[in-house]
Design a protein around this ligand. Structure first.
Ligand code: NAP
Length: 255
């Protein structure tokens, strides 16, 4: 999108985006930063954090980066503590980290893979918010990144899809729990060519068939996901909570 057409809905706001040194998380941080937020980015590797911070700073974005593997309790606490120390509050949390360690059928998925899916895709989102909640400002907003596969978990992504279905429920439950101070919403992306999805989207035949099946005849972009996330996190969505926006080019999604 032409930068001159982007608003400044996050002036004076502080936004944490997890798993944000590349892909969808990076684009979300970029979008919130362009709109005036101070953004706190993180991922597992220091080098990725440093590179992403540099890119965002080059665009004049106020950014703070640190290492946070979402499974590491100390690093999660540090992410929240350092954000509050530096910026004094938290207005937006985008919970974006996910893993997909197995392409087995659900009944063949090893216990260790089931544990990892639950831990990274669902449990750590809850634990991070437990740390963040005392610092969430009045009018704050949380956005979970789910997936189109939450609605009809596809073969090869089935258990991953089920963990993403859990995020739809978590969105509803936390929206009630945190209202009226904090809104909680969710974005469910369709396929986006990133590192995470590369084993699908790098295959020319699969990619073409996905494009063909999508009413808008293309895959999603990380910017598409960032735009929807920014809307939900902003005051433009101030009467929306507990909802999931599917950003998947018209791919059928309802349960
Ligand atoms: N791409 C798609 O088609 C698609 C579709 C639907 C939903 N989604 C969802 O979108 C989200 C982002 O996916 P993506 O496609 O943007 O992935 P991506 O391009 O592969 O980026 C993943 C990012 O997460 C970081 N990361 C990975 N594991 C982490 C962990 N345990 N703790 C902290 N950071 C971690 C990575 O950096 P480090 O390596 O430095 O940790 C990187 O910055 C996920 O929730 C995914 O389920 C993606």
């Amino acid at each position: 999108m032409d930068k001159s057409k982007i608003g400044r809905r996050f002036e004076g706001k502080v936004a944490i985006v997890t798993a944000s040194t590349q892909g969808i998380g990076f684009s979300i941080a970029h979008r919130l930063g362009l709109e005036g937020a101070s953004v706190v980015i993180s991922s597992r590797r220091q080098k990725n954090v440093d590179d992403a911070v540099k890119k965002l700073k080059e665009e004049g974005i106020e950014v703070f980066g640190l290492v946070c593997h979402v499974s590491n309790a100390q690093q999660r606490k540090n992410l929240i503590d350092q954000t509050v120390q530096k910026y004094g509050k938290i207005d937006v949390v985008v919970s974006n980290a996910a893993a997909n360690p197995s392409v087995e059928t659900i009944l063949q998925t090893k216990e260790s893979a089931l544990d990892k899916l639950w831990e990274i895709n669902v449990k750590t989102s809850i634990l991070l918010l437990q740390d963040a909640s005392p610092h969430l400002a009045e009018g704050s907003s949380i956005v979970f990144i789910s997936s189109i596969s939450a609605f009809q978990p596809p073969a090869g992504l089935a258990m991953y899809g089920v963990t993403k279905t859990a995020l739809l429920g978590l969105t509803k439950a936390l929206a009630n729990e945190l209202a009226p101070r904090t809104r909680v919403n969710c974005v469910a992306p369709g396929f986006v060519p990133t590192h995470f999805a590369s084993y699908i989207t790098n295959n020319e035949a699969i990619r073409k068939s996905l494009e063909e099946k999508t009413p808008l005849k293309r895959l999603g972009t990380t910017e598409d996901m960032a735009a929807a996330t920014a809307f939900l996190a902003s005051d433009d969505a101030s009467y929306i909570t507990g909802e999931t926006i599917v950003v998947a080019g018209g791919t059928p999604s309802r349960l």
